[in-house]
Design a protein around this ligand. Structure first.
Ligand code: SF4
Ligand code: SF4
Ligand code: SF4
Length: 357
């Protein structure tokens, strides 16, 4: 389908069909933390800042963007590079905070777990900043966790859910070079505990927006009703990665090069274009060799290859078992919706959220 408002969008795979595109702009690749699992260390362009002008960025976005699209600033740590002072969120003026729709906070659970991965003292600094922005920020605050093999998923997510700051919690499994000793059974026990906790809360009419579960349930409900995976604002095309990378989720790297996903920046074979020449090539789920098995997977419609690095067998096992528990819980969830204890809209994925299916 052509996009009558902006034909340039068709240059990106599937993008012409989408109402919303997320443009992720690398404000910097530098960061003030040194998380144990950070892949930025491997970047060729470490500590780099945008090598294009604001005018070039604006004219690119005018050419490919559309009203309603989202623009996010990412890093590294984007806030160490703003021209608004040496900022962390707590030092943002209320005026700037009022212009932001969502803030994504990288945090790995309780103080002990977070500081083990992200550095001593970082948990209390994050809490201090959250306290400072809370009175002035009225958008959504999203907790983003890296699910490392030795971070207890159940304990961490419960700790985040108990804090008064987050509208949504999600995790990404750690991208690792070697899965030989991955503790899949231990991780499954943690996930089972978390699933039981989430469902127990639902029974009591308490909806916790744990993104992984929510996005799977909405797809299960849609599958049952024979609808497209659907959301408030956009439809996920069939050949799209669950996170939307390359379709409605596009990275503008500091060099001005354009990629589908932050974990493949600088891989020239995955280049989609650049900010000056424009987008000249589409990249989709089928372009990655490690997603080939997804097309044969019985849970493809629900998982949609959650993330490029979710394809190792250990992760697929966790994903498939999680889907199985949620599928079994569908009658319960539907009865809670029918009785009015929960609303179907609770399960919609916010249009503020990206990269988190
Ligand atoms: S906050 Fe992100 S960019 Fe910074 S060190 Fe941690 S993982 Fe890397
Ligand atoms: S469970 Fe694994 S193989 Fe199946 S769609 Fe998801 S990532 Fe792909
Ligand atoms: S969730 Fe998507 S964009 Fe993020 S790392 Fe995975 S494939 Fe890349």
């Amino acid at each position: 389908m052509k996009d009558a408002d902006n034909p340039n969008r068709d240059r990106v795979h599937g993008i012409g069909e989408l109402e919303v595109v997320f443009w992720e702009i690398y404000a910097t690749t530098a960061c003030n933390l040194q998380c144990t699992y950070c892949y930025n260390e491997d970047l060729q362009h470490k500590n780099s800042e945008p090598q294009y002008t604001v005018d070039e960025l604006v004219s690119f976005l005018k050419k490919y963007g559309k009203k309603g699209d989202h623009v996010s600033f990412i890093g590294g740590e984007p806030l160490i590079r703003t021209n608004l002072g040496k900022l962390l969120p707590g030092k943002f003026s209320p005026d700037i905070l009022s212009k932001l729709k969502h803030i994504l906070i990288s945090i790995d659970g309780d103080e002990e777990q977070n500081d083990r991965f992200r550095g001593r003292g970082t948990f209390s600094k994050i809490i201090k900043q959250l306290e400072a922005i809370k009175p002035h920020f009225h958008g959504k605050i999203i907790a983003r966790m890296t699910a490392a093999p030795d971070n207890d998923l159940e304990k961490s997510v419960k700790a985040l859910a108990a804090l008064p700051y987050f509208d949504t919690i999600y995790w990404q499994y750690q991208n690792m070079k070697n899965f030989d000793n991955y503790p899949a059974e231990r991780k499954w026990k943690e996930l089972q505990g978390l699933l039981a906790f989430w469902l127990e809360n639902l029974k009591q009419g308490k909806f916790l927006h744990i993104q992984t579960f929510v996005s799977m349930v909405i797809r299960l409900l849609d599958q049952e009703n024979n609808q497209k995976y659907h959301n408030v604002n956009y439809t996920l095309p069939e050949n799209t990665l669950g996170c939307g990378a390359g379709d409605h989720y596009v990275q503008i790297f500091t060099t001005g090069d354009i990629y589908a996903c932050p974990e493949i920046v600088e891989q020239k074979n995955n280049l989609m274009g650049d900010i000056r020449k424009g987008i000249y090539r589409s990249i989709g789920l089928k372009d990655f060799s490690n997603t080939e098995k997804c097309f044969r997977c019985e849970e493809f419609r629900i998982c949609h290859c959650r993330c490029l690095h979710c394809t190792p067998e250990a992760y697929c096992t966790l994903i498939k078992r999680t889907i199985a528990v949620l599928r079994d819980a569908l009658p319960l969830i539907k009865s809670l919706i029918d009785s009015g204890k929960l609303k179907r809209e609770d399960f919609y994925i916010s249009d503020q959220l990206e990269e988190i299916f």
